[in-house]
Design a protein around this ligand. Structure first.
Ligand code: ADP
Length: 618
C-alpha cells in the first residue's frame, strides 16, 4: 500500500551508538523489558494526541478510538507494536530516533565504567526507551505519520542498530507509529501469543489505553484487550496491588527499579483531585541541574495535559514522580494559567504536605537511604519553603561531634535532647570536608565541655543556616562566628568588659598584624591550640568565602578576629619577645597557623615557609 521516495542513510549521534552497545550488552538478562518500553512510548504518543486534539478535533481524522495493537508472526520472526497516537514527522524521527536529547546525557556517559554489571545499573537509571528494541531485534522498521499530516507525509525508518539508519518518505494511510521488530535468532520466543500477553499483563497492565492482541484460537480473527485499560490512579486503592503501583512507577518515572515509597490519595470536597506521588529509589542524573525536569504529570479529567509541570511541586521536590489529576481545571489550561491559579496553589500546598508526610513515615532504613539520595535537595526546601520550614527542619540530618560518621544521622531533635544544662544554642561548624571539620581547633572547648557541635560540610549548609536561625526556640549558632556564651564560662563579652584593659601581648599582636586581622582577643574556644580565627557575628565566614570564590563570585574581603590562648607556650614566648622584628615574625606565624589549622590557604605560603625556616635554623 505504501510507495516510497527519497531514501537517505544517516549516522546515529555517537552517544546513540554508545548507548546501543551498552543496551545490548548489559540488558541481555532483562531483555523482556523491551516491550514495556515501546508500549510506554505508544501510551505517551496517544496521550499527546488526545491533548492536542482538545484544541484541534481534526487531528483525529474520524479515527477516535485510541488503541495500542500488538501483533506477531512466528514464521517471519517479527513482533509489531502499533499505536494511532500523535506520530512523528520526518524531522522528529531523525531527532527522536537518531539522537539523545536528554538532560544529564554528558554526566551519564561520564559515569560509565565499561563494566557490564555496574553499567547496567546506570542504564536503568538513564532509561533506554525506544533503543531497547535492539536488545531483541537484528533489524527494526518504524513507519509513522504525524496526526493531521497528509498521507504522503509518512516516514519509514529502518536500522540494524549498527551506526546508521535509513529514512525515506512514504505514503501511509494510517496516523501514528508502527514498529516492526525483526527478532534475533535467540529472541524468537517473543513471537508468541502467550509470551506477549504475559509481558503486557506483567509490565503494562496500568496503561490506560487498551492494548490489544489477536484473539486466541485458530478460528478467531478479532482482537482482545489484555490490560485493565483504566487510569491506575483513579482506581480504588484497595484494588491496586503493590506490583501494580511499582509497574506504573516504571512507566511514569522512566525508571527500571522499584520506587522507595509512594502515596496515593483522593480528595473530594470543594476541589476534587487525585494525586499519586512516588519517591524514587535513586537519584536522577540531572538532579542538580538548574533546568532539571520535574517529574509530575498533570491530568485534567484523565486527559494528559503536560509533564514537567513545575507549578505542581516546588523545586526542592523535583525528584518526586507521579500524577496529579483534577476535575477543577479547564482542559485547555496552559502553563501561563497554571502560574497564577488558585486551584493549583491549593493542590500544590496539599501535595507538599502529603509528600512530607510520606517521607516522615519512612522507617529508619528507608529514611537513611532517602536522605543519602535526596538530603541535599531537601535542604533547599528549608531555604525556599517558609511555610513548611519547621517540618523540613525536623527531617534534616547531620554529622556531629557525637556521631562523626560520614553518613549524617543526627537530627536537630536528637541534638536538642542532648543539650547540656545551661546551653542556649545549637552549635554548628561549617567546613570544606569532614576531616577538616573534625580537627578544627574551634571545637576544643566544645569537646572539653561535652557540648555537641554539628559538622556541616555541604556547601548548601551555609544557606540553610542563614535561613534556619532557630529550631524549637533554640538559636543556631556558628562556632566560627562571634563571641561565645557557654555554660560554666562567663559570656565572652562580659569577661572582656570586666578585664579593664587588654593584656599587653594582645595589643602588641594587633599592632604587628595590622589589617590582616579585624581584632585580637583572648579566646574561650581553645584548650590546646595557640590561636584561631573567628568571623564577627555578622561577617561572612571563611567557608562561605571559599565556596563563593570557587563559584567565580567576587567576595568582599573581610578580615577576621584572631583569638589567642594565653596559656599556650607560643603566647608565653611572644610575651617575652623583646624585639619588634622577632615579635612580628612570630605573630605572623601564629596567624598563618590559624589559617592552616582550619584548612584554609595562605596568601603568602612562601613567606610562611621562610619565617618557619628562619626559626628552625636560627
Ligand atoms: P523517551 O520516551 O524517554 O523520550 P525514547 O528513546 O523512548 O525516549 O523516545 C524518544 C522520542 O521518540 C520520544 O520522546 C517521542 O518523542 C518519540 N517516540 C518514540 N516512540 C514514539 C511513538 N510510538 N509515537 C510517537 N513518538 C514516539
Amino acid at each position: 500500500m505504501t510507495t516510497s521516495t527519497k531514501s537517505e542513510t544517516l549516522g546515529f549521534q555517537s552517544e546513540v551508538n554508545q548507548l546501543l552497545d551498552l543496551v545490548i550488552n548489559s540488558l541481555y538478562s532483562n531483555r523482556e523489558i523491551f516491550l514495556r518500553e515501546l508500549i510506554s512510548n505508544c501510551s505517551d504518543a496517544i496521550e499527546k494526541l488526545r491533548f492536542n486534539a482538545l484544541s484541534d478535533q481534526d487531528l483525529y481524522g474520524g479515527d477516535t478510538e485510541l488503541l495500542i495493537d500488538i501483533d506477531f508472526d512466528e514464521k517471519q520472526k517479527t513482533v509489531t507494536i502499533r499505536d494511532n497516537g500523535i506520530g512523528m514527522s520526518r524531522e522528529e524521527v531523525i531527532t527522536n530516533l537518531g539522537t539523545i536529547a536528554k538532560s544529564g546525557t554528558k554526566e551519564f556517559f561520564g559515569a560509565l565504567s565499561g563494566d557490564a554489571s555496574s553499567d547496567s545499573q546506570l542504564i536503568g537509571q538513564f532509561g533506554v526507551g525506544f533503543y531497547a528494541s535492539f536488545i531483541v531485534s537484528e533489524r527494526v522498521v518504524v513507519t509513522t505519520r504525524r496526526a493531521g499530516a497528509p498521507e504522503d507525509a509518512g516516514v519509514r525508518w529502518e536500522s540494524d542498530g549498527k551506526g546508521q539508519f535509513t529514512i525515506e518518505e512514504i505514503t501511509s494511510p494510517r496516523r501514528g507509529t508502527e514498529i516492526v521488530l525483526h527478532l534475533k535468532d535467540d529472541a524468537t520466543e517473543y513471537a508468541d501469543a502467550w509470551r506477549l500477553r504475559g509481558l503486557i499483563k506483567k509490565y503494562s497492565d496500568h496503561i490506560s489505553t487498551p492494548i490489544r492482541v489477536p484473539e486466541a484460537g485458530d478460528d478467531k480473527t478479532g482482537r482482545e484487550t489484555v490490560n485493565s485499560a483504566t487510569a491506575l490512579w483513579l482506581r480504588n486503592k484497595q484494588e491496586i496491588s503493590d506490583d501494580d503501583y511499582k509497574a506504573f512507577y516504571k512507566h511514569v518515572g522512566h525508571d527500571f527499579e522499584d520506587p522507595l515509597s509512594w502515596v496515593h490519595s483522593r480528595v473530594e470536597g470543594k476541589l476534587e483531585y487525585t494525586t499519586l506521588f512516588y519517591i524514587p529509589n535513586r537519584a536522577p542524573f540531572d538532579l542538580y541541574e538548574r533546568d532539571a525536569k520535574h517529574g509530575v504529570k498533570l491530568y485534567v479529567q484523565r486527559v494528559f495535559i503536560m509533564d514537567d509541570a513545575e507549578q505542581m511541586l516546588p523545586r526542592y521536590l523535583r525528584f518526586i514522580r507521579g500524577v496529579v489529576d483534577t476535575k477543577d481545571l479547564p482542559l485547555n489550561v496552559s502553563r501561563e494559567i497554571l502560574q497564577r491559579n488558585k486551584t493549583i496553589d491549593t493542590i500544590r500546598a496539599a501535595s507538599i504536605k502529603k509528600i512530607l508526610g510520606q517521607i516522615e513515615s519512612l522507617n529508619t532504613d528507608e529514611f537513611g537511604k532517602f536522605w543519602k539520595l535526596f538530603g541535599r535537595v531537601m535542604k533547599e526546601g528549608v531555604i525556599e519553603d517558609h511555610a513548611n520550614q519547621e517540618r523540613l527542619a525536623k527531617l534534616l540530618r547531620f554529622t556531629s561531634t557525637v556521631d562523626e560518621q560520614e553518613d549524617p544521622k543526627v537530627s536537630l531533635t536528637d541534638y536538642v535532647s542532648r543539650m547540656q544544662e545551661g546551653q542556649t544554642a545549637i552549635y554548628f561548624l561549617t567546613a570544606e570536608n569532614l576531616a577538616t571539620a573534625k580537627k578544627s581547633p574551634h571545637l576544643e572547648v566544645f569537646r572539653s565541655k561535652n557540648i555537641e557541635v554539628l559538622l556541616l560540610i555541604d556547601p548548601v549548609d551555609e544557606w540553610v543556616t542563614t535561613h534556619l536561625t532557630t529550631f524549637e526556640g533554640k538559636s543556631l549558632k556558628s562556632v566560627l562566628h562571634g563571641k561565645l556564651d557557654l555554660p560554666g564560662d562567663k559570656p565572652q563579652d562580659e569577661a572582656e568588659t570586666e578585664a579593664e584593659e587588654k593584656p599587653p601581648v594582645v595589643e602588641r599582636l594587633k599592632k604587628a598584624l595590622g589589617d590582616k586581622v579585624k581584632d585580637v582577643r583572648v579566646t574561650q574556644r581553645l584548650t590546646n591550640s595557640a590561636a584561631c580565627l573567628v568571623a564577627d557575628e555578622y561577617d561572612m565566614g571563611a567557608n562561605l568565602q571559599r565556596i563563593l570564590k570557587a563559584a567565580g563570585q567576587e567576595v568582599p574581603a573581610s578580615a577576621r578576629v584572631l583569638e589567642v590562648n594565653l596559656q599556650h607556650p607560643l603566647l608565653l614566648r611572644l610575651e617575652n619577645e623583646p624585639e619588634d622584628s622577632g615579635f612580628a615574625r612570630l605573630a605572623s606565624i601564629v596567624h598563618d597557623q590559624a589559617i592552616l589549622a582550619e584548612g584554609g590557604r595562605l596568601e603568602d605560603p612562601a613567606g610562611f615557609v621562610e619565617r618557619i625556616n628562619a626559626l628552625l635554623v636560627g
